[in-house]
Every structure is written in structure tokens, then in C-alpha cells.
Design a protein around this ligand. Structure first.
Ligand code: PMT
Length: 402
């Protein structure tokens, strides 16, 4: 592998004890590593250790008279092919999100044109605080990549999300980031939101899907350089940057839109909650109770909608097709059966009984179900993170296809 320059920016958290191992991991992957630190980070890991491992000076002061003679922080920013902030504290995330540059780490991060990868580590309450989550969303929207944090036992004694990812995972994320526009050349079709099946002039059969999951997937695909078309049911969400959006209402309209795009598509991800049934007849006028006999209620006859996912799978050629499964019970078993019935390359199962994940939430808890029976259960994470995890898997499928 070509040697790349990794600037490892260390901030002040207990997870800094993993940094020497991360340096080793990056060096074994063939990279040249330099470290910068915040003054607080030097309390957790000795600059001398990092200097010895990297064979390079380790700076921790922005106002270093010797170095800044040659505008040292700009030289470091320009040297880097990739900047990695690990561990990233809540404080540093806030500064990065707001473009502050009052220490060497944030000054370099602001000055560099290299991609930024961040490995947060903090107490679970700090992680879940809306201020931190807003900062993360803001950084994400500017193309900053995240790896972790993971759930587990935290150094502060709490249990939950906040552990820095392991060096091997951060290293893998560095490789992915350096690969750059990893989906360039791919045409990704995403479906999102719920369909509405018309009953009469004012009523419809619908479901609770907000479109958030599908929109996060479309956004992630665009960030990775794919050409993205998003076929969406009714939603108030804004179209992600770089995404072409087609609005539809019913399952039949969704099918038409998807099939019209199909010839160009190389990867399809069906996150939409498509109605399985629609009223056999829709009235052009409002059905009024005054027009019915006293106490009478109309009977709604339903017919089945086409199964768009199954149809795509039966004509998929070399395409990668990913389905979702919204399950309320026997999640893994039903999802496995669905995968076999529909014939997709990967099925993302979510338990939709929860009120904090799944439908109309910013969070999701999913399992990836693979043909052959293997499944990976992921912890609860934001829908943007689910999208990242999903594309890390899809990119492996793409490699296998080449
Ligand atoms: O939109 P959000 O509020 O963010 O919520 C996200 C979500 C819960 C809707 C999403 O994560 C999800 O699970 N989407 C799939 C919902 C669904 O319809 O599941 P299903 O098990 O009924 O269908 C299985 C698969 O077949 C899905 O990929 C679905 O798009 C597809 N399908 C279903 C019926 C049909 N007639 N045609 C289809 O293509």
C-alpha cells in the first residue's frame, strides 16, 4: 500500500492510553504517523512515548516560539493526508463543530484540507447530551467521518455508549476514508418513507415511517461519491445534498418510479415501508357518513400491492440489492425467512415495537442478516451511523463483485 501521512491528534481523555497501540496499527498498515496533542492529552499519555514510537517530534503547544517561526501548525495541516482525532473529547468536538482554533489540535483541524476522522470517547451522558449530538450532526453534514464510540463499561463507572473504538477499527476507518470516494461510479437507488394508499378524496391507509432511515442512507451514499436517486413517500425531510429525489405517494407509484430508474442502478436499498395492501377501489369523493344508513360503516376491501423488492431481486443481474424488514416479533427468524423469500443480498432487520428506535426516530437498532443464516446485531445508534455501517458492508460486497 502507498505510504500516507496520518496526523494523529490526541485530546485529553482516559482512552488516550490506547493511542500507542493505534500508532502501531497505523504503522503496520504502512502509514507514516505524526502526533499532536492538547495539553490535557499529555496528562494521559506521555509525549515521549508517542515520540519514541513515531520517531517524530510531538507538539502540544499552539504558541510554540520555535515551531511557529515557520508557522508550524499550517505545516502540519499541509503535511497530513488524513487527520485522525482520537480520542476526541466532547469539548474538542464542540470546538471542531464551531470552527474554534484555540489549541494545536483544533487549529490543525481547521487549517487542513485533508479528510477528518474522529473517534469520540466520553461519558455516556456527555455523549447523549443534545449539545454533543448537535455538534456531531453539524460535523457529519460537513463531511467529517466518525468511528465509534462503542457501548460498554466506561472508565467513569457508567455503562453505555462512550468507549473509544479499538485501534483496529479506527485503522479500518482510516483506510476507508483514504479510499476517498469509495462509491464513485455506482448508481445507488434508495427508497424511503411510507406509502399512502388512497381510500377516498381525503383519507388514506398509511404507516408511521418518517423517511429518516432512507434519507440517511441516501446522504451517506452521496458522501461516498455515488450518483444517488431517492424515491420517497410523503415526508417533510429536506433532500440531502447531491441526491436526486423523486416523490411518490402510493406503492404502485413507487414501483413505477423504481422500475424507470432500474436500468442504470448498480445498488438498490429498499428502506421504504411499502403498504402490502391497498383499497380495491378508491372513491374520488369523500365517503360521508350522512350518505350511509344509520349506524352503518363502510367495508374496505383490500387487494395486494406488488412486492417491489421481490420483483427487483428477480431481475437484479449484477446489482446489489438490500432489503429492510420491519418486524414486531420473532425479529431474526421472520427476517431470515423474508431474506430467503425475497432473495436479496443483505437484509437489515429492525424491531419496530420500540418507541425510541425504528419508526420516526433518529435512532435505530438493526441486525444485518446474510444469506446462509449469519447475522450481525448492532447496538442502538443514529440512523446516520446505521447508514455508515451498511455502506461499509455494501462496499465489501462491491469488492467481491469486481
Ligand atoms: O422511515 P423511518 O421512520 O426512519 O423508519 C425506518 C423504517 C422502520 C421504516 C425502516 O428502517 C424499515 O424497516 N423499512 C422497511 C419497512 C417494511 O416495509 O418492512 P417489510 O418487512 O414490510 O418489507 C420488507 C422489504 O420489502 C422492505 O425492504 C420493503 O421496502 C419491501 N417491500 C415491502 C412490501 C412491498 N409491497 N414492496 C416492497 O418492496
Amino acid at each position: 500500500m502507498q505510504q500516507r501521512h496520518i496526523l494523529l491528534a490526541v485530546t485529553g481523555g482516559i482512552a488516550a492510553y490506547k493511542v500507542p497501540e493505534l500508532v502501531r496499527w497505523l504503522q503496520r498498515a504502512g502509514h507514516r504517523v505524526r502526533c499532536v496533542m492538547t495539553p490535557a492529552a499529555t496528562e494521559f499519555v506521555s509525549p515521549l512515548v508517542l515520540q519514541s514510537l513515531t520517531g517524530e517530534d510531538v507538539r502540544s503547544q499552539l504558541l510554540d516560539a520555535g515551531e511557529e517561526g515557520q508557522i508550524g501548525h499550517i505545516a502540519l495541516a499541509d503535511w497530513a493526508d488524513q487527520v485522525v482525532v482520537a480520542p476526541a473529547t466532547a469539548n474538542t468536538l464542540a470546538k471542531l463543530a464551531h470552527g474554534m482554533a484555540d489549541d494545536l489540535v483544533t487549529a490543525v483541524a481547521l487549517a487542513t484540507r485533508a479528510p477528518l476522522l474522529v473517534a469520540p470517547a466520553m461519558n455516556v451522558n456527555m455523549w447523549e447530551h443534545p449539545a454533543t449530538q448537535d455538534n456531531i450532526e453539524s460535523l457529519r453534514s460537513r463531511g467529517v467521518r466518525f468511528v465509534g464510540p462503542e457501548a460498554g463499561e466506561l472508565a467513569c463507572g457508567w455503562e453505555g455508549v462512550g468507549r473509544m473504538s479499538e485501534p483496529s477499527e479506527i485503522g479500518a476507518a482510516v483506510d476507508l476514508s483514504l479510499a476517498g470516494e469509495s462509491l464513485s461510479g455506482e448508481v445507488v437507488l434508495v427508497t424511503a418513507g411510507g406509502t399512502r394508499e388512497r381510500v377516498d378524496a381525503v383519507r388514506y391507509l398509511g404507516n408511521r415511517s418518517s423517511g429518516k432511515m432512507g434519507f440517511a442512507i441516501a446522504e451517506q451514499a452521496a458522501r461516498r461519491g455515488a450518483r444517488v436517486v431517492l424515491v420517497s413517500g410523503p415526508t417533510s425531510l429536506a433532500t440531502p445534498a447531491g441526491v436526486r429525489r423523486l416523490d411518490v405517494e402510493s406503492a404502485l407509484e413507487m414501483r413505477d418510479a423504481v422500475l424507470a430508474e432500474w436500468p442504470d442502478v448498480t445498488i438498490a436499498i429498499k428502506a421504504a415501508a411499502v403498504a402490502d395492501f391497498r383499497p380495491a377501489r378508491a372513491s374520488d369523493l369523500k365517503i360521508r357518513k350522512e350518505d350511509l344508513a344509520d349506524g352503518e360503516a363502510p367495508t374496505l376491501e383490500l387487494v395486494r400491492n406488488p412486492d417491489i423488492l421481490a420483483e427487483l431481486c428477480s431481475d437484479r443481474g449484477a446489482r446489489i440489492v438490500v432489503g429492510f424488514a420491519a418486524e414486531s416479533h420473532d425479529v431474526l427468524e421472520s427476517a431470515r425467512r423474508k431474506l430467503e423469500r425475497k432473495g436479496c443480498d443483505l437484509l437489515v432487520a429492525n424491531d419496530v415495537r420500540s418507541t425510541t428506535t425504528g419508526f420516526d426516530s433518529d435512532m435505530n437498532r438493526v441486525s444485518f442478516i446474510w444469506p446462509g443464516g449469519e447475522n450481525e446485531e448492532l447496538p442502538t445508534m443514529t440512523k446516520s451511523e446505521v447508514a455508515e455501517q451498511l455502506f461499509d458492508r455494501i462496499e465489501k460486497l462491491c469488492e467481491g463483485r469486481r
